[in-house]
Design a protein around this ligand. Structure first.
Ligand code: PAF
Length: 285
């Protein structure tokens, strides 16, 4: 399976379940990369790693309506099925799963997963219900695909913690792997939403990683006061007129609790609106 050139493209949930059951029956292990498409180098790195970790690699593309709030970019989110299929094929994906919303959320759907504390701060504070939507769809996809290992990017740091907690709390039999953030040469973290940026906005968006880099530099230089560290990051953002800051915070890297004095293992995370793109990034201290 690992060397397969022919990629199986599956839309139906039952077909995907049957395929996974078949792989399991043959004693094959499954790596899974769930995505919302508009694939970039960050996704492809997850897939390349998944390829190494199991006999078969399944990747899904599903723009999940349950994780978008009213007025967010669900309708405008980039959809590029042909481009995604091509990239998946070239990365060696064995099964490309493209479910449709009607099958994932059938009429009468009313069961959701909530990771009650980890979903509250940071992105959860301004995107109410976002992580409930993420946890619910990821659990559903895990039940359909039955992976042994699933890979997620650390750019979505809070999402990674939410998923790890759900897996632990619900005794799911899947290993969760968090992969390093992939950045453009400018430092900008790769994101499907970067496609919304004009060249001028892209140049401004570089200051997000610079602000986090400045916080890390001060931290490595011995500064521990969280307010002072955050101030230095905010200065970088305001000097470059990055955009409207949703949050810039330092939190415990496991629990996401607020910290007044930063220590190794904490995370500095931010969300900034640049043009119509709400961009997130983080750095581990
Ligand atoms: O990170 C994403 O692209 C999405 O949140 C995920 C994990 C595929 C769930 O829809």
């Amino acid at each position: 399976m690992t060397e397969s050139i022919r990629m199986n493209v599956v839309k139906g949930v039952d077909e995907m379940k049957a395929l996974s059951r078949g792989l399991k029956r043959e004693g094959k292990t499954i790596a899974f990369v769930p995505t919302m498409g508009a694939l970039h180098e960050g996704h492809l790195t997850l897939m390349a790693e998944g390829k190494k970790r199991a006999d078969a690699l399944v990747a899904s593309v599903f723009v999940n309506p349950a994780q978008f709030g009213p007025g967010e970019d669900y309708k405008k989110y980039t959809r590029d099925t042909e481009g995604d299929l091509d990239k998946m094929r070239r990365t060696g994906v064995d099964v490309a799963f493209f479910p449709v919303p009607e099958e994932i959320y059938p009429p009468g759907f009313q069961t959701y997963v909530e990771v009650t504390e980890l979903e509250k701060p940071l992105c959860g504070a301004s995107r109410h219900g976002h992580f409930r939507g993420v946890a619910t769809v990821v659990l559903k996809l895990f039940n359909i695909v039955k992976p042994d290992v699933a890979l997620f990017g650390r750019k979505d740091y809070q999402q990674l913690l939410v998923i790890k907690r759900m897996v632990r709390d619900l005794d799911l039999d899947v290993e969760i792997v968090g992969m390093p953030i992939v950045r453009e040469a400018s430092g900008l973290a790769m994101s499907s939403r970067n496609a919304y940026l004009s060249e001028e906005q892209k140049a401004r968006a570089c200051s997000l990683s610079k602000a986090l880099g400045e916080i890390k530099r001060k931290f490595d230089g011995g500064e521990r006061d969280a307010s002072a560290l955050l101030e230095s990051g905010k200065r970088v953002l305001s000097d470059s007129s990055a955009g409207e800051i949703d949050y810039l915070e330092i939190r415990n890297g496991d629990t996401l609790e607020e910290v007044k004095l930063a220590s190794p293992g904490d995370v500095a995370a931010l969300a900034v609106k640049v043009g119509r793109a709400r961009l997130i990034d983080n750095i581990e201290l």
